[in-house]
Design a protein around this ligand. Structure first.
Ligand code: KIV
Length: 258
């Protein structure tokens, strides 16, 4: 049975932890889905595979193209797609158009938007009213990299209070779940206890209702990882070794054998 947004809220009530990862292509999506990942995010972190410096250049066309491939690999997990930078911040109409295209063209069940400031709350409330499930994202929001950098957020009392208030307002606006990125663990715990929707942490401590990481970090494919990521295997090394072995065998006439 495919996982729904309602199921995730039910799991929070039952105390069942949500496992989430990112996917940008069919092959990885299929592996994650069959390994039991509950939520697969087609994140704009796919800037990594497109060779971009940060998430800002990612376009709606690019994310839709990748999300269609991911959809073909996912049968159980809930699939969420990021709306790229400046495809939803301008107006309710722009957000409705972008989110509508993502749901119609990719078959994803939900979109994710960054920020919890008043205009974003209005945009999210309208999307939800139109039947579009929305996941929120506060704390470090990579689309604001030129304002925030990639630093941990919520370290001062004022900033922590602002993030807490944004989280509460996002739940009221109708998000079904909230990503908390790179904030202190005690703030993430406070938010998690306050909300009845699940929080999904990334660099936000162990007390969130679920955890997400960028899959290329987990697999050791990224050239560099954020400080909170855990690298479970080093595919850069494995791939380099396999390609070098292949090159050597071809040059030495050992492959093919006949
Ligand atoms: O784009 C992404 O991969 C994300 C995760 C870091 C949550 O937004």
């Amino acid at each position: 049975m495919p996982i729904t947004t309602h199921k995730l809220i039910q799991w929070k009530q039952e105390g069942r932890t949500i496992v989430a990862l990112t996917a940008w292509d069919y092959a990885i999506a299929q592996l994650l889905d069959s390994a039991g990942v509950d939520l697969i995010l087609v994140g704009d972190s796919m800037a990594v595979v497109l060779g971009y410096e940060n998430t800002l250049p990612v376009t709606l066309e690019e994310i839709i193209h990748h999300a269609k491939a991911v959809r073909r690999g996912v049968s159980r997990a809930l699939m969420v797609v990021d709306l790229p930078f400046l495809t939803y911040q301008e107006s309710i109409q722009q957000a409705m158009h972008s989110a509508g295209r993502v749901l119609k063209e990719t078959g994803a069940q939900a979109v994710k938007l960054e920020g919890g400031y008043p205009q974003m709350l209005e945009i999210i409330a309208r999307l939800v009213q139109a039947g579009i499930p929305v996941m929120g994202h506060v704390g470090l929001t990579p689309q604001s990299v030129h304002q925030l950098g990639l630093r941990q957020q919520g370290k001062t009392d004022t900033d922590a209070q602002r993030i807490l208030q944004e989280a509460i307002a996002l739940e009221q606006a109708g998000v079904f779940s909230l990503v908390l990125e790179h904030i202190p663990a005690d703030l993430a715990l406070q938010i998690t206890q306050k909300l009845s929707i699940p929080t999904i942490g990334i660099g936000a401590g162990k007390d969130c209702d679920g955890q997400i990481l960028v899959t290329s970090d987990v697999l050791g494919l990224s050239a560099r990882q954020p400080p909170f990521a855990k690298v479970y295997t080093n595919l850069r090394q494995t791939i380099t070794k396999a390609v070098e072995d292949y090159g050597m065998e071809v040059r030495e006439g050992k492959f093919p054998e006949s």
